[in-house]
Design a protein around this ligand. Sequence first.
Ligand code: SF4
Length: 379
Amino acid sequence: MPFCVSKCRYCDFNSYALTDQDLERHVDAVLQEARARITKLNPQTVFFGGGTPSLLPAGLLHRFLTELDSICGFQSSSLETTMEANPESFDRATSQAAFEGGVNRVSIGIQSLRPEVLQAYDRVHSPETALGAFEIARNAGFQRINLDLIYAFPGQSERKWLNDLATIHTLGAEHLSCYELSYEPGTALTRLKDAGRWQAASEETCAAMFEITREANEAAGYEAYEVSAFAKAGEASMHNLSYWRSLNYVGIGAGAAGWHQGVRRRNLERPEQYEAAVQRGKDPVAEAEQLNPATVLFDHLMMGLRLPYEGVLIPRAQHLSGLDLRKVYANELRELLDRKLLEIIPSVQGDRLRTTHGGLMILDDILTRFLPEGPSMSV
Ligand code: SF4
């Protein structure tokens, strides 16, 4: 659902400020694409993201979920159905409609508990509304709640961030996602930074905050099972794990991406182009490519090395890509294993390659060592 109340300054998602767009028309287009592509799919997990799905009026949200269920049967098949919600639009009616429509996990974009930080990001909610959204979700019956937070705001002290985290911990959400503030190409924040009007936190500060975030969350009972994801026992996100484990997934909607047996595809991004294509009876695909074996292997490493405990199962990497990563990356592995940034550990299913604590902190640098050469093929 690619619409938001306004565009946050750091956001590089496919999202658009809602002005006079027709939400009914957009929902109909998404349902039409779903009818064409996922009838009777019976998915194991569903993630309803954006943008801001909670922006849909309760009645429309309920119709969407009911019709989607009649198309793909998710209400009985899906073990985990998550909806993203932003505090400003997540009222009781929306929350209830989501719960009754088969959503069993909600992910709330809190981002910060500091009004000045929210303002600097151009977020439209207040800390009070954010905390209120959590309560609304619990009152509607949600037993699985994720809270999204961002750290490394310029000048943010460790003390303030730890205080905010402590407040978050008292809520008792099942899952936290704590991201370092990032500067993606083309965002308003990156333009401000490039113009010298925004001072990003130093690498050392970011590394220190990464560390204290993990320590504080673990002390509060949240396991750091991925670079940015923290879960209470048994509460890891099944849907996100399926990305990190390179399982197949289908993306429905404007700009949605999918991955199926080595073919990566992405839909048209602009909502009006997406709607027009679907209404003409066309597949709204923007690009689809058959990944070459080296790219499949790299993608699998890129996702799997985010998981510090399970890492990448070496025989599965070979099954997916047809390549033996120990041979393809013999030199790189020798060095990274020697430097104790990666490790290989035995498991019942075979050897696993995983990042050490030190490696996790410089995962992006490690991954650049594995970048494949040569293009994939459009299909
Ligand atoms: S609410 Fe989320 S998707 Fe929407 S603009 Fe902000 S960060 Fe982007």
